[in-house]
Design a binder for this molecule. Structure first.
Ligand SMILES: [Zn+2]
Length: 60
């Protein structure tokens, strides 16, 4: 199935609503993905401003 990335928070979503922020606008042309496991302990999460656990797109 095609996955897409939330335009507001970049969370990678398979359904029609973003579980991270509730957004309903998505981009399917995202590039790269990064899994955030411990957002409060991850330098990557801080730099990219990902505050939740999950898989996020690097670039929309
Ligand atoms: Zn979102």
């Amino acid at each position: 199935m095609a996955v897409k990335a939330c335009k507001s928070c970049k969370y990678i979503v398979e359904g029609s609503t973003c579980p991270a922020c509730g957004g309903k606008e998505f981009s399917d042309g995202f590039k790269g993905r990064v899994a955030i496991v411990q957002p409060d302990q991850s330098e990557v999460a801080k730099q990219l401003k990902f505050e939740k656990k999950g898989v996020f797109a690097l670039k929309l």
